[in-house]
Design a binder for this molecule. Sequence first.
Ligand code: DQA
Length: 142
Amino acid sequence: MKIFIINGPNLDMLGKREPEIYGHDTLDSINTELAEYCKTVGVTPEFFQSNSEGALIDFIHSARGNADAIVINAGAYTHYSIAIRDAIAAVELPCVEVHLSNVHKREEFRHKSVISAVCTGVICGFGKNVYKLAVEALIASK
Ligand code: DQA
């Protein structure tokens, strides 16, 4: 099973960015840990991060025919990018929306996700473990 693990804007700043909300781990260390977990369950992950909406959309499109599922933390684009929502819908793959923080405990503008409706499920609030939980959920619902 091949899974694209996609991170959007500002997630390249993990470790430095608001650590009281997002933790002290860098995206590289989270990805390394996740790759180790994936090995133990026979999943091949492919990691991608971009701060740009167009690059994220291009990468989501490339999942068609190249991946079995997607895990995406779209960062702030979650709350307003109809273009990312349409890209997820277009590839017709199982997709898990994740957020490190519990967005529902935070500012009201973070309560709304425009991508949830085209995702298989949503996991938020468990810090870096959300990525692993999403992979586990995809395996369990294969
Ligand atoms: C986030 C939550 C978003 O509201 C925020 O814009 C992010 C990170 C999270 O992982 O908790 O960039 O997606």
